[in-house]
Design a protein around this ligand. Sequence first.
Ligand SMILES: C[S@@+](CC[C@H](N)C(=O)[O-])C[C@H]1O[C@@H](n2cnc3c(N)ncnc32)[C@H](O)[C@@H]1O
Ligand code: SF4
Length: 400
Amino acid sequence: MLLEKILADSPNDGPLHVVPSLDSSTSPKPSDAYIMQGATRERRVATYHLILAPTHACNLRCQHCYLPDHAAQTIPKGTALRLLHEWDEIAGDETPGRRGIFHVKGGEPLVYKPLSAMLQAMHSLSHLHFMMTTNGTLFSRSHWQTLASLNEASDGAVTVIVSLDGASAATHQLLRGPDSFEPTMQALHGLRERGIRTYINSVLHADNVHEIDSVIDLALNLRIAQLNFLPFVPKGFGQDMRKRQLPHRLAYEKLRESYLRLSKCHRSLLAGSLPDIVTGESNGSFTAAHECVAAYRGLLYVKPDGHAYTCPNLEAKDYSVGSVHSASLRSILDGLPELYKNLHSDGKSDRYICMGERKLYEQMRSEATQLTNLRVLQADLSDNKKRVDEMSSFCVSRNW
Ligand SMILES: C[S@@+](CC[C@H](N)C(=O)[O-])C[C@H]1O[C@@H](n2cnc3c(N)ncnc32)[C@H](O)[C@@H]1O
Ligand code: SF4
């Protein structure tokens, strides 16, 4: 019944995937997965998704971190609450019957003091699903209380994404530093005990790629709803470990091997990953991929200084679509078509590569190999694929 409702709710060019999606107006279950996808012709994401990085401050100093700094600047509490209300109204008006996502990341969201007030405010909003990406090391009693109470009151409209970069303490801590593994594992258990839908983000690089299957096993044992393997992008602090970046084709192959080893009922764990999209295309459960969803209506990323972008991978000043301190979210959304034109000014659109990564490598001329690696992946996957009129666009970076 739930699945029938979801398929009926799906946009025409959305995938007929067997995983219930958060697009549903029906109460999501803890097993729900989320695929960030958009209607290609309308240039609109199916589920409106606003990512707020209210601060870059963080208790950890991860080697791979794409942030440029850990500055203490924050979005003021009043602004954060206003953004919640504005996004609720927009999601209600523009995606009737669905819930938009309000997603807090950072920096570390658990160091952001107004987080509790935001969770309280969510109780009076009916069109939003709350999402948060965290390193999981700083949950306080009050965080647990406010999250669990919102989860219960909203009938499960809460998803917490925990970052775990290996299945063992040694591997995870290669990036995240000493004593970070245990508290993160405790957070994963705490979320499970409280019945809060949990995803894991795991950044893939040369020194943890051998643990893909162990991370999958760990996620299955913890009943994680979705496991996002993120390709490492050498940005910000992460530039210093660029030698550990995997060639894109290799990362894809490794993930695909693991995906195909999973039984069909367990593949939903990797829903929306590139192997899942490519497999779905070949067996007809996805309409063909067209391009990434950058600059599609409904996808925004707001940084601590208030500047809005379309996603965390395209946050150089040139790509700003306005500031939340001087413009409403509606008028900021209206600037996305112009940004889309700017991003596609060369007329090229790649079906399986992230526009943010592409633009980054185009700017870093010394890193021509990375651009070549992206192109190799694009060319190999595009072989024998027929272009069709009805197509969907996806986020292939999974960096949300
Ligand atoms: C910037 S962090 C912010 C939230 C929180 N502090 C955390 O670590 O989960 C958001 C996500 O981006 C991932 N990430 C950070 N740097 C990255 C990079 N250079 N390439 C790919 N993903 C990265 C993190 O591992 C995390 O899952
Ligand atoms: S990846 Fe997250 S936890 Fe690590 S330094 Fe960056 S913001 Fe902090």
